[in-house]
Design a protein around this ligand. Structure first.
Ligand code: TRP
Length: 349
């Protein structure tokens, strides 16, 4: 089996959009690849954060992933900072990475704008192009160097394990391309040590949030957390989810293809419920409330086993730390072998 690596930031409670967009795919990939899933705390600290909350965020991320079906008997799951070779390899990779390429990364430019306290004074000096603004902000000392070399650490994450498959979202494709560039330059300079890797994009539909407009997202607040309680789930779906606006009254027919709740049915409901919802909507045989209630029930069928697992892990935190420590120990062994080979190739040992 080919090796697969993916990293996830410990951002706190995951939601249905995260599950449909990424996690569900990862769970399925466990049977096709030798998987390594990493909680990337070293990446998470490149933006302002509260140290008092970080350990809990890391722990909760692990619980969420385990509850969703990442299976420690099939895959390795560990915390990035527990394997210090990640940062060592990142340093070596820094030396074959052009500064300009890092400054052109889309995510760097976005985060620079977001986390550099505006930098209004500096922005005024730039001509308005995102490239130039990022450059000015960086030169003005408003951006930490970790944010800039973030993708190099990501390349090191993947290559420490010589992983060839990297399941990521669209927004990370540029970083995978950078990883391939780093590998090409490194191998040219020091010999064929690292393999080529590829982004695995899932063809999962983009889940929209309760508003029926934007992609489900915690920052917008239109999300349904995976840890939601059944009553709250039903309340949110039946009361907050926006459905087809044509159905003002109970006997107004609707167009299921243009209703976000029906999109959810297509993702979460069995065929017979989808047919029931579509026909009932078109003929006004059912009301939106009924349709949403059924949808909530089917989402609950997905979430119930996760909730049970989450509770079990939360009650036994030592089990979670055991899994993470075991993952780290196995990854450490692989990492040590790669670093030995790499140091040798570079003439360091
Ligand atoms: N940058 C990724 C994100 O924000 C997280 C990440 C870190 C990652 N290292 C990785 C993803 C290695 C894939 C492989 O989503």
């Amino acid at each position: 089996m080919k090796r697969l690596f993916s990293g996830m930031q410990p951002t706190g409670a995951l939601h249905l959009g995260n599950y449909i967009g990424a996690l569900k795919n990862w769970v399925a990939l466990q049977d096709k690849y030798e998987c390594i899933f990493c909680i990337v705390d070293m990446h998470a600290i490149t933006i302002p954060y509260d140290p008092k909350l970080m350990r809990e965020r890391i722990f909760n991320a692990a619980v969420d992933y385990l509850a969703a079906g990442i299976d420690p008997l099939k895959s390795r799951i560990f915390i990035q900072s527990h394997v210090p070779q990640h940062t060592e390899l990142a340093w070596l990779f820094n030396t074959v990475t052009p500064l300009g390429q890092l400054m052109r990364m889309t995510q760097f430019k976005q985060k620079t704008a977001q986390f550099s306290d505006g930098g209004e004074d500096v922005k005024a000096d730039a001509d308005g192009s995102a490239d130039e603004r990022a450059g000015f902000l960086a030169l003005a000392g408003k951006v930490n160097a970790g944010l800039l070399t973030y993708p190099v650490l990501q390349a090191a994450d993947i290559m420490l394990y010589k992983a060839e498959a990297v399941p990521v979202g669209e927004d990370q494709v540029q970083h995978i391309e950078l990883t391939r560039d780093v590998v090409r330059r490194f191998n040219n300079a020091y010999g064929e040590i690292f393999p080529n890797c590829e982004a695995l994009l899932s063809n999962a539909p983009r889940l929209k949030g309760l508003d029926g407009v934007a992609k489900m997202s915690k920052s917008i607040g239109n999300h349904i957390p995976l840890s939601i309680e059944p009553a709250e789930l039903e309340r949110k779906v039946t009361r907050e989810a926006v459905s087809d606006p044509r159905r003002v009254r109970r006997d107004d027919p609707g167009v299921p293809e243009e209703c976000n709740v029906f999109d959810w049915h297509r993702i979460f409901s069995p065929d017979e419920d989808q047919i029931w919802a579509a026909q009932g909507c078109r003929s006004a045989g059912i009301g939106c409330f009924q349709c949403k209630k059924k949808c909530a029930e089917n989402i609950e069928k997905l979430l119930a086993p996760m909730r049970e697992k989450r509770e079990r892990f939360t009650k036994n935190p030592d089990d979670v730390w055991d899994i993470l420590n075991m993952g780290a120990a196995e990854c450490l062994r692989i990492a040590q072998a790669t670093m030995e080979e790499t140091r040798r190739a570079m003439g360091l040992i």
